[in-house]
Write a new protein. Structure first.
Ligand SMILES: [Zn+2]
Length: 64
């Protein structure tokens, strides 16, 4: 498992199928056919990670 943003390996597991990248400070969940990326707000909440480069359907942002 590498970070989908920076391809780095500084990944920590924070939950079931949920990971955190220490390099770019994003959280992402790995699912069978897609990776969903979240940004971490200052208050610790998860917000949609917005990157136009990934706006191709490969990275789908969905917050329940
Ligand atoms: Zn990263």
């Amino acid at each position: 498992m590498n970070c989908p943003v920076c391809e780095g390996r500084a990944i920590g597991k924070v939950g079931v199928e949920q990971y955190y990248c220490w390099d770019c400070c994003v959280e992402f969940t790995s699912q069978s056919d897609k990776v969903v990326i979240y940004d971490l707000a200052e208050d610790g909440s998860l917000v949609a990670w917005d990157d136009p480069a990934l706006d191709s359907g490969l990275a789908e942002v969905a917050i329940e």
